[in-house]
Design a protein around this ligand. Structure first.
Ligand SMILES: NC(=O)C1=CN([C@@H]2O[C@H](COP(=O)(O)OP(=O)(O)OC[C@H]3O[C@@H](n4cnc5c(N)ncnc54)[C@H](OP(=O)(O)O)[C@@H]3O)[C@@H](O)[C@H]2O)C=CC1
Ligand SMILES: CC(C)(CO)C(=O)C(=O)O
Length: 305
């Protein structure tokens, strides 16, 4: 299958390396430095002590025409605007597209587009980019996918039946529950670990952090109107993800430490919008949101000083 991947960050490089095993992959990048180094040396994948390489095609994002059988978008939430602009121009010429962002604020925007075939996914892997063309696979998980518009059975079957244990795809028919579950995890884990500056596992190991986590989780459940039955499932899922990624730093903490913007608006920002619409009191989520925004502002002030 011809697969396009927009963004050669941690997840883009991970997908490119793994999918190149069986598919014809093109990576779409925006910086000249990254274009030149991938063209010259290919991409590298590191897991445990091993380092392997593969060659993939590389092109500039400006050249993306949507003609691949599916294009996977792996930029951060706050980098989606140029992709939306291109989607408006190309419209139904884009054969099929798949979004893998954390958060939920992109859902409405992509459903309103006139692209015929759209898939959405959540990433349960841990990955870190090193230099321009290397990805370190820090946590082996899965990518869960759901078709939200059009007909994507063939693509889903091709991806989910590939027998790659380090990189499985799982088809999730109920995309709302899939996205909500991940949103709950990211609202709690990413925001609290960024405020407390700890690895994910500390939220379970430190009894005081654990209590804060439970309070925030209950508030988020209330805001999202999660049923009593689903609260048990969502909570178990959240604890399982924390256990599986106990030694990871969340992507938001990594962003804060690297002085980059965070995806807080698409995560807790989205939750607070929902709270406002439903008139649900949300003091803990609001506090966490403002602290992260304050940390982002602190970085901007340092840059402008
Ligand atoms: N990394 C992880 O372990 C996990 C990530 N996720 C989610 O996956 C998504 C991607 O995360 P991650 O890979 O870590 O992020 P990165 O910041 O590592 O990668 C994003 C990449 O997109 C590139 N990019 C941005 N805009 C464009 C554009 N217009 N054209 C081409 N390339 C572009 C950036 O390029 P440049 O370097 O030039 O800015 C960067 O290389 C996020 O939503 C994240 O929350 C979810 C779970 C785990
Ligand atoms: C699953 C988790 C919490 C892993 O750290 C993640 O999605 C992230 O860091 O963005």
């Amino acid at each position: 299958m011809k697969i396009g991947i927009i963004g050669a960050g941690a997840i883009g490089l991970l997908c490119a390396y793994q999918l190149k095993e069986k598919h014809d992959v093109t990576l779409y990048v925006r910086s000249e430095k990254q274009y030149e180094s991938i063209k010259k040396n290919g991409i590298y994948y590191k897991v445990h002590e091993e380092k392997k390489s593969r060659t993939v095609k590389v092109r500039y994002f400006a050249e993306w025409d949507g003609a691949d059988e599916v294009t996977i978008v792996t930029v951060k939430q706050y980098q989606l605007a140029p992709i939306y602009e291109k989607m408006e121009i190309l419209g139904s010429r884009i054969k099929a597209i798949c979004f893998l962002q954390n958060g939920m604020s992109h859902l409405e925007k992509i459903m309103d587009s006139n692209i015929p075939n759209i898939m959405i996914g959540i990433v349960e892997h841990g990955a870190m980019k090193e230099e321009e063309q290397t990805v370190v696979h820090t946590g082996i998980g899965a990518i869960k996918l759901a078709c939200v518009k059009g007909q994507m059975d063939e693509i889903l079957i091709t991806l989910t039946t590939a027998n790659n244990q380090a990189f499985p795809f799982i088809n999730e028919p109920d995309y709302v529950t899939m996205m909500q579950k991940k949103l709950v995890v990211n609202s709690i884990v990413n925001s609290l670990t960024s405020i407390l500056q700890v690895q994910n596992g500390q939220l379970l190991q430190n009894t005081y952090y654990f209590q804060v986590m439970n309070l925030l989780m209950e508030e988020v459940f209330e805001i999202l109107s999660i049923t009593k039955e689903n609260r048990i499932l969502f909570r178990d899922y959240c604890l399982e993800v924390i256990r599986n990624t106990a030694l990871n730093k969340s992507s938001m903490l990594k962003d804060i430490e690297a002085g980059r913007p965070t995806e807080i608006d698409a995560i807790l920002g989205y939750i607070l919008e929902e709270a406002k619409k439903k008139k649900v009191h949300s003091p803990i989520a609001a506090t966490a949101y403002f602290i992260i925004k304050g940390k982002e502002r602190g970085r901007e002030e340092c840059l402008n000083a």
